[in-house]
Design a protein around this ligand. Structure first.
Ligand code: CO
Length: 148
């Protein structure tokens, strides 16, 4: 049985695509070397995002990215994640048209937000996180791309 997708393109939280899947690693260089040798892929971006306490690399896969995250220190959120869980899946990120409208809608829905205001992410994006306790045990990042 197929399920019809929602057709209201004016929805405040229309999800444009799966922007990235984020994986926490101890050593970004080693992880990139592994992806290079196993899967023959290279990062398109690599940068430090101070407000998230990470150095990140973005590997393009089709229209999405794999985001590898190395913490800047053990007391950062990703540093604590690694010491509690080890390396592995950290969050999934969905691209939205307007991050303000998405947050407004989620607040009205009573969603458990980590960020009630957008902050800056890599690639000039604006992002906000939704708590993993809100839905499906998954940390969700909403991303508004720099070029809209
Ligand atoms: Co991310």
């Amino acid at each position: 049985m197929t399920v019809s997708p929602a057709t209201n393109s004016l929805s405040p939280v229309k999800l444009l695509n799966l922007d990235h899947v984020a994986i926490a690693v101890h050593d970004l260089d080693a992880a990139l070397a592994g992806y290079r040798s196993r899967y023959n892929v290279e990062p398109l971006y690599r940068e430090t995002v101070e407000n998230q306490g990470v150095e990140e690399a973005m590997i393009p896969i089709g229209g999405s990215f794999i985001q590898l995250l190395q913490p800047l220190g053990p007391e950062t959120p990703v540093g604590k994640f690694l010491s509690n869980n080890g390396e592995g899946l950290h969050h999934v990120a969905y691209a939205v048209v307007s991050i303000e409208k998405a947050l407004e809608h989620l607040e009205a829905e009573g969603a458990r937000l980590i960020d009630s205001e957008p902050r800056s992410g890599g690639r000039g994006t604006r992002i906000a996180f939704v708590h993993p306790g809100d839905l499906g045990g998954t940390l969700i990042e909403l991303v508004e791309l720099a070029d809209g």
